[in-house]
Design a protein around this ligand. Structure first.
Ligand code: SD4
Length: 300
């Protein structure tokens, strides 16, 4: 049974993001608008090092963005990968979805597409991201993404991808996520976040899931698709998230990652691995108010 409206957003900026999305939902607006505005809020925060403006630079000091968005009723997706010099990646992703037949546009061509859609080009670097990069570059080492595989360590130093899932008063679902990905990544690297099923997934009939963490590992397993399919079979969201992460750890991967999921019935849950110390959280806003959930469960 669909019990919207509600909005779920990952991490500590979740409540602030939900506060941007909730008024849209509470006044009969669409889940798509709510997810876009919630994520825009995080993308524009200058101190948020992992999303949007001021975010983690790549190996040559440039910040590039990945994002995707779903509109549940039509199962239409739009995404950008390695987007440069445009702050609101989720809004460009929405243009890909609404204005084109494509699902993913990448790199400089994504920037040119954004310009065509009326977005202005601007530097994504601020003092903090520039300083972090200069300190790292002074060591003269290549990106740690050149390290030998398989990944046995969590070499994603930090985390904070924003993922939002909303259901509106009409029962329609939207899911989105936006990130800078990975610090000092090799130029051109695209992570899990703009890939449907990897960084985010949703099904209008079932609900949605959003992932954060080491996308280089997680995208190999389409964990968000996995979660939604398990929920389709009746598994509660927390157990579904645990099972999707277990599929990855069972293959020997040791990494940092978290997934949060919510059904169209409003039941939500999450799981994480490798983040016992730092923890992983998500927040939900609905008519009854806010709730914040700390996820400590490792996959069994
Ligand atoms: C990525 N999954 O590009 C993203 C990074 C992330 O919290 O989630 N950080 O790999």
């Amino acid at each position: 049974k669909v019990t919207g409206p509600f909005i779920l957003t990952t991490w500590n900026f979740g409540p602030g993001a939900n506060d941007k999305g909730w008024p849209i939902l509470a006044t009969g607006g669409s889940a798509l608008d709510a997810v876009e505005k919630a994520i825009n809020h995080v993308e524009l925060l200058p101190d948020e090092y992992w999303v949007g403006y001021g975010g983690v630079p790549n190996e040559v000091g440039e910040t590039t963005l990945d994002a995707t968005i779903l509109w549940g009723p039509t199962h239409d997706w739009g995404g950008v990968g390695c987007l440069k010099r445009v702050k609101r990646a989720i809004s460009v992703a929405r243009k890909v979805m609404e204005e084109t037949q494509h699902t993913l546009i990448v790199g400089d061509d994504a920037t040119r597409f954004a310009a065509r859609m009326g977005f202005s080009e601007t530097s994504l670097t601020n003092v903090r991201s520039q300083t972090r990069w200069e300190e790292w570059a002074a060591k003269g080492e290549p990106s740690d993404a050149f390290a030998a595989e398989p990944f046995q360590e969590d070499n994603l130093r930090g985390h904070d991808t924003v993922g939002s899932i909303a259901v509106d008063a009409d029962g329609n679902l939207s899911v989105g996520c936006s990130t800078n990905g990975r610090e000092f990544k090799i130029p051109g690297r695209v992570g899990d976040s703009p890939i449907p099923g990897a960084g985010a997934y949703g099904d209008q009939e079932i609900g949605g899931a959003v992932a954060t963490g080491n996308g280089d590992v997680m995208m190999r397993f389409l964990p968000c698709y996995h979660v939604v399919e398990l929920m389709r079979q009746g598994m509660p969201p927390d157990l579904a998230c645990q099972a999707a992460l277990k599929r990855i750890t069972d293959r020997g991967y040791r990494f940092g990652g978290g997934i949060a999921a919510i059904g169209v019935d409003g039941q939500h849950g999450g799981a994480q691995t490798g983040w016992d110390d730092a923890g992983f959280s998500y927040s939900v806003r609905d008519a009854s108010g806010h709730s914040k959930v700390w996820v400590s469960t490792e996959p069994a």
